[in-house]
Every structure is written in structure tokens, then in C-alpha cells.
Design a protein around this ligand. Structure first.
Ligand SMILES: NC(=O)c1ccc[n+]([C@@H]2O[C@H](COP(=O)([O-])OP(=O)(O)OC[C@H]3O[C@@H](n4cnc5c(N)ncnc54)[C@H](OP(=O)(O)O)[C@@H]3O)[C@@H](O)[C@H]2O)c1
Length: 152
């Protein structure tokens, strides 16, 4: 599973019901990576980004039994990952904070975009041990730096 996320240099990923920056190139890159693949997301994040995720197979984690249009509802991380893996597609974990926290231990790759500038928010990317990860790629873009981490 691949963790995919964008964050400020202080690791903020969200503010209210969105992201605290507007970097369309980074969001477009996210949509290109997940296009046609399987995506595991928390219910809150799917409410925010789901309208842009019509070409992905979406597995949304919630404790509610209500159906969600455009997604397969899953009652646990394990159920979502199992169903996503069963598609045979590349599986991405696309957040938010609570889902990153629970899926980083299951992932072997992270695609992290570090947005340039100063931004604050109310949701953070979880702390992870840099010693457990190698930086495989580091790319400089106009509004962000893109880093690929591989688990050692
Ligand atoms: N920058 C980025 O790359 C990025 C990516 C994604 C999201 N975000 C930001 O992250 C924020 C949202 O993150 P969040 O942590 O507040 O919410 P979230 O992770 O998107 O969703 C949380 C919800 O997921 C469900 N859930 C979580 N763990 C569960 C489990 N083990 N079993 C069953 N259900 C579970 C619950 O849904 P129910 O309440 O329905 O039971 C919970 O309320 C937003 O600000 C968003 O903009 C940023």
C-alpha cells in the first residue's frame, strides 16, 4: 500500500473541511497517481474529496452503516484494505489524519508532497520514524517538493 499525502513543512494536512493551501499542480498530481487505482479513505476525507474521485475505486471507512455514493463502505481498516487489495489494483491510502495513522504501519511506500510556504491547520500527518524509511526520490516543483519514501 502507498500512502499519498500533501502537507505543510510543519506536517499540517488539513484545515476545517479542506487543505490550507491552493496548489492545483500538486492536487492534479495526486489525481494522476490514483487514477484507475483503489483508494482507501476516511469518511470525512471522502466527503471533502470524493467528488473528484470518480475514476478510482473507493473504499471508505466509517462506523456508520449508511451507504455512500461512489464508494464501498467499510467498517474497519482491515476490511477496506482487504477489499482494495482484492481489486488487483495499486492500493493507496489517501487519509485523512486518522487513516494515515492506522495505515502507515501497513505501507511500504509513501508519496509525500511538502507544500512551500507557511500554513497552519487542525489536522496533522502522523509522526513517523525517518530511520525506518529510505528517500528514493526527491523532486522540486514550483509550489511543492515531492518525496518518495520506501520502507527499509
Ligand atoms: N493534505 C492531504 O493530503 C489530505 C488528505 C486527506 C485528508 N486531508 C485532510 O484531513 C482532514 C480529515 O482527516 P480526519 O482525520 O479528521 O478524518 P478522516 O480520517 O478523513 O475520517 C475520519 C473518519 O473515518 C472513520 N474511521 C476512522 N478510523 C476508523 C476505524 N478504525 N473504523 C471505522 N471507521 C473509522 C470515522 O468515520 P465515521 O465518523 O463516519 O464513523 C471517522 O470519523 C481534513 O482536513 C482533510 O482536508 C488532507
Amino acid at each position: 500500500m502507498i500512502i499519498i499525502s500533501a502537507m505543510s513543512k510543519d506536517k499540517f494536512i488539513g484545515s476545517g473541511d479542506g487543505m490550507p493551501w491552493n496548489v492545483p499542480e500538486e492536487y492534479a498530481q495526486f489525481l494522476r497517481f490514483v487514477d484507475g487505482q483503489a483508494v482507501v479513505m476516511g469518511r470525512k476525507s471522502f466527503e471533502i474529496f470524493g467528488q473528484d474521485m470518480k475514476t478510482t475505486e473507493n473504499f471508505v471507512i466509517t462506523r456508520s452503516a449508511d451507504g455512500i455514493e461512489g464508494a464501498t463502505v467499510c467498517g474497519s481498516i482491515e476490511e477496506a484494505v482487504e477489499k482494495a487489495v482484492a481489486t488487483g489494483k495499486t492500493v493507496f491510502s489517501a487519509g485523512g489524519g486518522s487513516i494515515y495513522d492506522q495505515t502507515i504501519p501497513l505501507a511500504d511506500t509513501m508519496y509525500l508532497s511538502f507544500i512551500k510556504g507557511d500554513f497552519t491547520g487542525d489536522t496533522k500527518f502522523p509522526e513517523f520514524d525517518e530511520n525506518e524509511w529510505d528517500v528514493e526520490k526527491r523532486e522540486d516543483h514550483a509550489g511543492f517538493e515531492f518525496v518518495v519514501y520506501k520502507r527499509k
